[in-house]
Design a protein around this ligand. Structure first.
Ligand SMILES: [Zn+2]
Length: 360
């Protein structure tokens, strides 16, 4: 049985080990030791991700969370007040991601205690999720068997299941025109701000459709009131949950830049377009998703399958052919110093995790 006292202790102990992105070694060591003590075969990879494999009967399942926290996340002092845990107010709490890790560890501890028959499963705890999922990108996928994954990294209750997330491109353009005195000889100049303006107006800025967006976030340009601006930089991003639409939006950006280069032959327009992560969308009718819904309803919980606007390790697992969804862990106000954890909801997430493992 999932044990509230034990999971709270696990969480508090993990929170007290600092693990800002890039400095996960200490917490990884501790988690490796705990997973080994629970009977896991340790297969940690060279990037520093923790991998523990547990034998069992049936379809293997991957359980995942990340190990890193956002800043300010050093010297965190958790405060327990009834059913809620917060930080002292100067740092984040670090329940994102450690409530997810605690839920997984508690579920494993519980099934090991009961001696019940369970399916094989792989626990994967990644590094550097918060800075762009470098851990998930560099994970040793060849060590994994699972075709399905549940990532314990969402906010609110466990029945909030993210089954879709957008793919994401970031782009930067640097436009170099020609400077000239604005009052004496403006016709000798080429205004990079004008070119940037044309660029912005030619792009489908804002909500493109229900699952796609494009944003220009920063424009920096010019050097003086009385000079034709020589250099302007444009910084933006585009997202879509549909991978074809995402590629189309990226192509629009390239086309707009190329056309402006042709129109302003004496200006220099350089750009970079980088895909940060791929989209995924798993239909509610999918067998794995239906199984998640059944596990939740057997606990008296009504599942809410919903898309998310952000990216996570799940984007990379899906891109690697492991069908992955993200579930809530009882955390709210993530990435702020008001971050808080609802203990009964974390216990519920552990109960759900246990249920998944007992489906053989
Ligand atoms: Zn997280």
């Amino acid at each position: 049985m999932v044990n509230r006292e034990r999971i709270v202790k696990t969480l508090l102990d993990l929170i007290k080990i600092d693990s800002p992105s890039g400095s996960e070694d200490k917490v990884a060591q501790e988690l490796t030791a705990q997973l080994a003590a629970l009977g896991g075969i340790i297969k940690n990879d060279t990037y520093g991700n923790v991998i523990a494999v547990f034998e069992g009967t049936g379809e293997p399942l991957l359980l995942s969370a990340h190990m890193d926290t956002v800043e300010p996340g050093r010297g965190i002092e958790p405060v327990v007040d009834g059913d809620v845990i917060t930080s002292q107010g100067e740092t984040v709490l670090g329940a994102d991601p450690k409530a997810g890790i605690a839920a997984i560890l508690e579920a494993v501890a519980s099934i090991k205690e009961s001696g019940e028959k369970h399916r094989p499963f792989e626990v994967v705890l990644t590094r550097e999720e918060e800075t762009g999922s470098e851990g998930a990108q560099n994970l040793a996928y060849e060590k994994l068997q699972s075709k399905n994954a549940v990532v314990f990294d969402g906010d609110a209750e466990v029945f909030h299941v993210n089954t879709a997330a957008p793919g994401y491109y970031k782009f930067d353009a640097t436009i170099v025109g020609r400077a000239a005195h604005a009052g004496l000889e403006p016709e000798k100049g080429i205004s990079s701000i004008i070119i940037a303006s044309e660029m912005v107006l030619a792009l489908p800025v804002g909500r493109i459709d229900e699952e796609s967006t494009l944003n220009i976030g920063i424009i920096k340009g010019g050097s003086a009131r009385n000079a034709v601006p020589e250099k302007t930089e444009v910084t933006g991003e585009t997202r879509s949950r549909d991978s074809q639409k995402l590629e189309k939006q990226a192509q629009i950006f390239r086309d707009v830049c190329d056309e402006l280069s042709k129109k302003y032959v004496e200006a220099k327009i350089e750009y970079t377009l980088t895909k940060n992560f791929s989209s995924f969308s798993i239909p509610d009718s999918d067998l794995f998703v239906r199984g998640i819904g059944e596990a939740l309803s057997s606990l008296g919980l009504e599942s809410k399958f919903e898309p998310t606007g952000g990216g996570s390790d799940a984007n990379f697992f899906n891109a690697k052919g492991i069908k992955a969804v993200v579930v809530g862990t009882g955390v709210r106000d993530m990435h702020t110093t008001k971050e808080n954890l609802n203990i009964p909801e974390m216990v519920q997430a552990a109960g759900f995790c246990e249920k998944l493992l007992l489906v053989v």
